[in-house]
Design a protein around this ligand. Structure first.
Ligand code: AMP
Length: 210
């Protein structure tokens, strides 16, 4: 089974993807993470992508398709995958049709103001990529998984957040109609567990029907 997760930045898409990946054995593919890994390795592609990322803009489609296709063609993806952060435009969705079938698209819904609030207080681990939030109980400023001091990503700063959410609204939300024949909607206003529960039920029931 191949899935896409749609949802604005800060909607909790990544956390949902991790839960699905763990329980359903699907590979999580985040194009944002792939770019950040490429930057960390100082690869040409990553360094080209970085300037767009820091401004909160979309990376050009040639670079994005290159990094996605390389990942998707690895053997572990044969068992199924979840795309988190791809596609982000109709153009990308059309290109995806050429390389993969998508069974379902999960749209994670969260009001704009709440996305801004969550992104502004979001902190990331530079070592393992785990994400925490300054407002969560027990927040220490260090990674819960590996203890490394957390930092604020450049694109989680106010100017870039504004651009990212504007780009999402304009370029990515048309995908909700594009995939209307295979869409499952969920609100992420509650806790990560509240968001995951209906998605887990939906995916588990699919398995039963087969
Ligand atoms: P994310 O971690 O998903 O918020 O992605 C961080 C940044 O990576 C985005 O703001 C874009 O600059 C870039 N990026 C990630 N995925 C894509 C994509 N599918 N198309 C273009 N740019 C992307």
């Amino acid at each position: 089974m191949n899935l896409i997760l749609l949802g604005a930045q800060g909607s909790g898409k990544g956390t949902l993807a991790k839960n699905i990946s763990r329980d359903f054995g699907l590979v999580q593919i985040s194009t944002g993470d792939l770019f950040r890994e490429s930057i960390a390795k100082k690869e040409k592609l990553g360094l080209k992508a970085k300037e767009y990322m820091n401004r909160g803009e979309l990376v050009p489609i040639e670079l994005t398709l290159k990094i996605l296709n390389e990942r998707i063609s690895k053997p572990d993806c044969k068992k199924g995958f979840i795309l988190d952060g791809f596609p982000r435009s109709i153009e990308q969705a059309e290109a995806l049709k050429e390389v993969a079938n998508i069974d379902y698209v999960i749209n994670v819904e969260l009001p704009y103001e709440e996305c801004v609030a969550r992104l502004t207080t979001r902190r990331t681990c530079p070592n393992c990529g785990d994400i925490d939030n300054m407002t969560y109980e027990g927040y220490t400023g260090n990674c819960r998984k590996c203890g490394t001091p957390l930092f604020q990503r450049d694109d989680d700063k106010p100017e870039a957040i504004k651009t990212r959410l504007e780009v999402y609204e304009k370029t990515t939300t048309p995908l909700i109609n594009f995939y209307s024949d295979r869409l499952f909607k969920v609100s992420s206003l509650g806790t990560p567990e509240d968001t995951y529960r209906p998605v887990k039920d939906f995916l588990s029931n699919l398995g039963r029907k087969k």
